[in-house]
Write a protein that binds this ligand. Structure first.
Ligand code: DHB
Ligand code: MG
Length: 221
């Protein structure tokens, strides 16, 4: 089937370009063993985040939605020994799994996990140095709140990556009642209309089916 081909091609690309990675594989095994949902980014997407962070020279990264720390490890590797990743997780049990996996991956000193809902934790980050890159991958209903905070905690030039913009094409279904789809569509409209952002989006197919990411830069405050 087509979906089978997407998955096999994604696995081929991951084998060819990402390769065997014991720390990341251990993080996934720990997450699965703890019964967390397998909704982390695909290996090729994790490496995409790592490359975007390196290409943009990011030293201060903010992640909203830690889950088991898989994408956090990818980002922490990108910021270098002097860099930091602040990652927000609403579920304490997830944060505990993530903490162990991030430490085991050897990047624990770079990563601060803040436990709480994004809308509660984000205001506490005000007043520090601006973030260079923000990865938004949490509850989709809050996406516009997270975009607003990404701009407020960023600076002109801050890179934003927003996960799950395709949702199997559901984003164009006008009759949807799925609050995640509505939250994602609101976020895409905000990225298009709010003068603080310049953005585009890329659809992806692969092991996670048909989805995608929006990529934006903060252009004003
Ligand atoms: C869901 C959330 C995600 O962040 C993702 O990448 C895939 C699915 C979800 O909540 O269904
Ligand atoms: Mg996601």
């Amino acid at each position: 089937s087509t979906a089978d081909n997407w998955r096999r091609a994604d696995e081929y690309l991951a084998d060819t370009l990402v390769g065997h990675d014991p720390a990341l594989e251990a993080a996934l095994a720990a997450q699965r063993a703890a019964g967390l949902p397998d909704i982390e980014v695909a290996p090729v997407s994790g490496k995409f985040l790592n490359l975007v962070a390196r290409i943009s020279g990011a030293r201060r990264v903010l992640e909203i939605g830690t889950l088991g720390g898989y994408s956090t490890i990818w980002l922490a590797r990108a910021v270098g020994a002097e860099g930091t990743v602040t990652t927000i997780e609403a579920e304490p049990a997830n944060a505990a799994i993530a903490r162990a996996s991030i430490d085991a991956a050897g990047v624990g000193e770079r990563v601060a996990i803040r436990i709480g809902r994004g809308a509660d934790v984000l205001p506490t980050l005000e007043g520090s140095e601006p973030f260079d890159l923000v990865f938004i991958d949490a509850d989709k209903e809050s996406n516009t709140i997270y975009l607003d905070w990404a701009a407020r905690l960023g600076r002109p030039g801050t890179v934003i990556v927003l996960d799950n913009i395709g949702r199997e094409g559901e984003i164009v279904r006008d009759d949807t009642t799925d609050s995640r789809v509505i939250g994602t569509r609101d976020a895409l409209r905000m990225l298009g209309e709010d003068p603080r952002f310049d953005a585009t989006a890329l659809q992806t197919v692969g092991i996670k089916g048909w989805d995608g990411v929006a990529v934006a830069v903060v252009v004003g405050m």
